[in-house]
Design a protein around this ligand. Sequence first.
Ligand code: DCP
Ligand code: CA
Length: 395
Amino acid sequence: MLHLDMDSFFASVEEKLNPRLKGKPILVGGTERRGVVASANYAARPFGIHAGMPMAEARRLCPHAVFVEGNPQKYVHTSLQFLDVLKSFTPAVEPFSIDEAFLDLTQVPYPGRPSPEERDPAVILDSAIPVAHAIQRAVQRRVGLTATIGIAPNKYIAKMASGVQKPRGLTVLTLERYRERFWERGVQELWGIGEKTKEALAKLGIRTIGQLAKFPREFLTYHFGLNGERMQEAALGRDENPVIPYYEGVPVKSMGHEITLSEDVSDKEALKAQLLRLSDMVGRRLRADGYLGRIISVKIRDSKFRTTIRQRALPEVVDDEHEIFHTAALLLEEHWDGRPLRLIGVSVSGLVSAAGHYQHSLFGQDEHRRKLLEAVDSLRDRFGETSLVKAGVLR
Ligand code: DCP
Ligand code: CA
């Protein structure tokens, strides 16, 4: 598996498009008062600048840097360009973020590929080095930017490997080398572990990745649930997830909408009106994208930012906003204690593709309702979302 990560992506795109910036420290991000750095090129990094840092602080650290507001369209365009380059090597390309992708090379018949009998993981992985170099050259030539690559037996280690040496890096890690290199290090170096998890692990005496790998699994599960298991698998360097090629798309796990209220609300009827509106949006999206779901969730956040999510499974999958709203309103009744809320949301998960899945009950028992939903959808398609509004939403 190969993971590719573009070097200082936004900043490099700006540098490429404006030759006068070449070689200078470049910071892309919000340049207004409360803006933060989104991307700093490598000329800016020796000054201690990193993504997420307030722009004002970056300005103090490196006053002579070039500050660029940034333009998402350019980055999306460039992202599609380098994905095209990757697809010329194999169709098994999984776009992972705007500047990252995974490639599955197991089916690529590149020259120098070891025979299927080869068992030494180092030999197998090393044989892909020329392919990685060819990819880097092609990205440089056709997109004009540099990229860093990690090669490993699975996606997780490949992602960890690409972080080892940047920019223009190429790192190969077998499972054994991964453990040698990372087990001594702090758990926060694991992809997916943030500050909060680090602190929670420290309470159990787990500080290094190796300690996490060797910790009794049942304790981790007890404290972190399924996540405990996932973290330990990551520490062990085990990952069975396949590359999901771009043409198969990422499976949708849930669909939802939420809204931050313009002021805190503690009037139940007003909250229900919001739930009705959100359920309406979710139902419409489910139908438009061809999904049905069984688990309805309501998310509420109070004025002190305490967030609660409650869910309920229905006996069968639905895409009808009335069913969604009905369950969402019940969840609100049961789990909301009257505190003022600043945010409310509705989502549907446990999704299945609607193609061929329309249960007979939906058609049989209530064809009338389905026709009504279709009529409302088509009116909104033609005249806009607000052309028809439920009376309950108006309040
Ligand atoms: N990004 C952002 N805000 C962040 C982090 C990243 O807007 N807090 C954007 C800008 C980055 C792009 O996503 O250019 C890719 O993120 P990376 O973390 O890969 O960072 P870079 O590509 O900029 O740098 P590196 O060379 O370390 O990968
Ligand atoms: Ca990057």
